[in-house]
Design a protein around this ligand. Structure first.
Ligand SMILES: [Zn+2]
Length: 257
C-alpha cells in the first residue's frame, strides 16, 4: 500500500535539493463501504534545507562559522579576496547574481524567507570586500554607497550614469515556478498528481529496472513530445503517460549518457 510509506509528518524526502514533506493532518474520511479511513489530505510542502544555503555561503568563502564548546556559534561574514580588484558595481552584480540564483531556485519553498539570513551574510561580505579594496572600515564602506537604505553604486556608461543596487526585493514565496527556472523545479503545484510522484519517490524503487535502492533520482521531461519512445525510458514514460520517471542511480546515468 502506497500510503504506508509515510509514517509521520516529519518524514522528508530530498528532491532536487528541496526537502519535501506531506503535511499529514490525520483527517478521517468516509470511504464507500469501508467506514472511515485515514485520509492523506495534507498538502505537499517544499523546504529549503539549511545545509543548502549555508553550504553555498561556505562554498563562496563568505562565511566562517566559529564554534567553541559551550558557547553559541558565531557567524562571521568574510571579505572575498578574489573580488577586491573588481570595480564595486561589478562586485554588486556578482553578489546579486548569486543571491537571485538561490532565491529563484528555492522560491517555492515554504521557508524561503530564511534567505534573509543568506542575504545578511552576503551583504556584510560585500561591505568587507569594499572596505578591503579602499582600505577603509566596513562601516565607512557601507556608508559610502548607502542612501535611503539602498546600497547603490554609480558607474559610467556611454548612455550616462547608471547604478548597481544590492538586491533588496525580499524573499517572498511564490506558488509557481515561472520563466526559465520552471524546467529545473518539479512543478508540484501544477502537477496533476503531486502526491503520486512523492509516493513514487519515497518508494525507493527504480521504475526502469525494479531495483530497490536507498536513494532514487527523478528523470523529467518538460513535454510529452520531448520523449524519445525508442529509448527504454521513453517507452515506459510514454506507456504510463508520465513526464517523470523515478529511477536508480545506474539507470539515471544510462539515461544521461
Ligand atoms: Zn534502475
Amino acid at each position: 500500500m502506497e500510503k504506508t510509506l509515510i509514517t509521520n509528518s516529519d518524514d522528508k524526502a530530498r528532491f532536487l535539493g528541496y526537502d519535501v514533506t506531506i503535511c499529514n493532518d490525520n483527517a478521517l474520511k468516509k470511504a464507500k463501504g469501508k467506514g472511515t479511513v485515514k485520509a492523506y489530505t495534507g498538502k505537499i510542502k517544499l523546504y529549503l534545507p539549511k545545509e543548502k544555503w549555508v553550504g553555498k555561503l561556505l562554498g563562496y568563502g563568505v562565511l566562517k562559522i566559529v564554534s567553541r564548546a559551550g558557547e553559541k556559534e558565531v557567524w562571521k561574514p568574510l571579505q572575498r579576496n578574489d573580488y577586491i580588484f573588481l570595480p564595486v558595481h561589478e562586485m554588486v552584480r556578482k553578489y546579486n547574481a548569486q543571491i537571485r540564483g538561490i532565491y529563484n531556485y528555492y522560491r517555492l519553498a515554504s521557508n524561503v524567507s530564511v534567505l534573509n539570513k543568506f542575504h545578511y551574510v552576503m551583504e556584510y561580505s560585500l561591505y568587507k570586500t569594499v572596505a578591503a579594496k579602499y582600505r577603509i572600515t566596513m562601516t565607512k564602506a557601507k556608508l559610502k554607497y548607502t542612501k535611503n537604505k539602498e546600497f547603490k553604486v554609480p558607474y559610467k556608461t556611454q548612455k550616462g550614469t547608471k547604478y548597481a543596487v544590492l538586491y533588496n526585493e525580499g524573499f517572498r514565496r511564490v506558488k509557481y515556478a515561472l520563466g526559465s527556472y520552471a524546467d529545473i523545479i518539479p512543478e508540484y503545484e501544477q502537477m496533476n498528481k503531486p502526491k503520486e510522484l512523492f509516493f513514487r519517490y519515497k518508494a525507493n524503487v527504480c521504475e526502469m529496472c525494479g531495483a530497490y535502492v536507498p536513494a532514487v533520482k527523478v528523470y523529467q521531461v518538460k513535454n510529452m513530445s520531448d520523449l524519445d519512445v525508442n529509448t527504454e525510458w521513453g517507452a515506459i514514460m510514454n506507456r504510463k503517460k508520465r513526464k517523470t520517471l523515478v529511477v536508480c542511480g545506474d539507470c539515471y546515468d544510462r539515461i544521461h549518457k
